[in-house]
Design a protein around this ligand. Structure first.
Ligand SMILES: [Mn+2]
Length: 343
């Protein structure tokens, strides 16, 4: 290996607790890789850093094993992840692709999370899931590689990657993106010893933490802040300061010459207010449906609340889609949340 290339020949070791169950799932995933050639990798719509990073990490890992890979998502790659290795392979249509052997869903375990319009021919013979969400649909995939204890889907994939010897810097970069973004830069409650140890291994391979942070968090278009001003103007706090609501409306974008998603992370400002237990953000999708996101400080399991409305997620971060007037949605959620807080 060239000196200074940042790559390492060191074979990374599996880290932390790995149950026999999880280990045997990884065995099955390895078999699936060995027995098939054309893989379609797809993450959830409105992809975040874990969805993008895990999609690209798996794509590159499979390509390194000589496999044919199609990288698909219904939505484009957000601006701050386009620097990631493999991002140039990202496509938002499946026109003219060769038949697929295996579709791997990443960072979600519910088929509709990849988009209700996902084409029939995209599925292929076998469907596998690599995920860490609590919420899942247990009867659509052939293989589930899930670890709800993992800080990110990238952490699960790290375990897979260690099966193939030295991890390349390109794969490591994507895995680090998964861990850094899903833990809120190693701040959220999913930040674990394992997450730090995996991140440490990835740094050992050559990933530069400041470079990653700078690309992902300190490279923001000015328009994002103009939008943030408008969104923060909608802030309302209720239930003795325990609930905070934000709204992102379609017309806020109209005077702006951008169509990329610039709202990622806004909701965290609402949760960061002293005393707020749950922050909720409503986002107008322009067709009478509102994409609702929840962030909890820890007293309320927002995945359970989201599930009641057909969504899901994690204990502290979840979402759903509701069709109603926004005031009505906020009222309904307020009541449900107060009940949960007083349980
Ligand atoms: Mn995730």
């Amino acid at each position: 290996m060239t000196e200074g290339s940042g790559e390492s020949d060191r074979t990374p070791s599996p880290i932390g607790e790995c149950s026999p169950e999880l280990r045997s799932r990884i065995d099955s995933f390895e078999d699936l890789v060995e027995q098939n050639d054309h893989f379609l990798v797809v993450g959830h719509t409105s992809p975040d850093g874990d969805a993008v990073g895990s999609t690209l990490a798996l794509a590159l890992l499979l390509q390194e094993q000589g496999k044919t890979v199609t990288v698909y998502n219904r939505d484009p790659i957000p601006y701050n992840f386009t620097f990631l290795p493999g991002a140039d392979q990202w496509r938002t249509d499946l026109e003219g692709i060769d038949p697929v052997d295996v579709t791997v869903l990443l960072d979600c375990a519910i088929p509709t999370r990849i988009g209700e319009d996902f084409p029939e021919h995209g599925w292929g013979e076998t469907v596998a899931v690599v995920d860490h969400h609590v919420t899942w649909d247990s009867d659509f995939a052939d293989l589930y590689l899930r670890d709800p204890k993992a800080a990110a889907t990238g952490e699960v994939l790290y375990r897979v990657a260690t099966r193939y010897g030295a991890i390349s810097l390109d794969v490591a970069t994507n895995l680090y993106c998964c861990l850094m973004t899903d833990t809120g830069s190693f701040r959220y409650s999913n930040t674990s010893r394992t997450a730090f140890r995996v991140a440490g291994e990835l740094i050992e391979i050559g990933v530069e933490p400041w470079e990653m942070a700078s690309e992902i968090y300190e490279n923001q278009p000015r328009e994002r802040f103009e939008l943030l001003c408008k969104v923060l103007n909608t802030l309302s706090v209720s239930a003795q300061g325990r609930l905070a609501f934000l709204r992102v409306e379609k017309d806020m974008f109209q005077e702006m010459d951008v169509d990329e998603d610039l709202t990622d992370g806004f909701i965290n400002y609402a949760r960061s207010i002293r005393g707020v237990e749950v922050a909720t953000q409503l986002r107008d999708d322009g067709s009478g449906r509102w994409r609702v996101s929840f962030r909890s400080r820890g007293k309320v399991d927002v995945s359970a609340l989201a599930e009641k409305f057909g969504g899901g997620g994690h204990y502290n971060a979840a979402g759903c889609v509701i069709e109603a007037e926004p005031d009505e949605i906020e009222d309904k959620l307020s009541r449900a949340l107060v009940e949960l807080l007083e349980e």
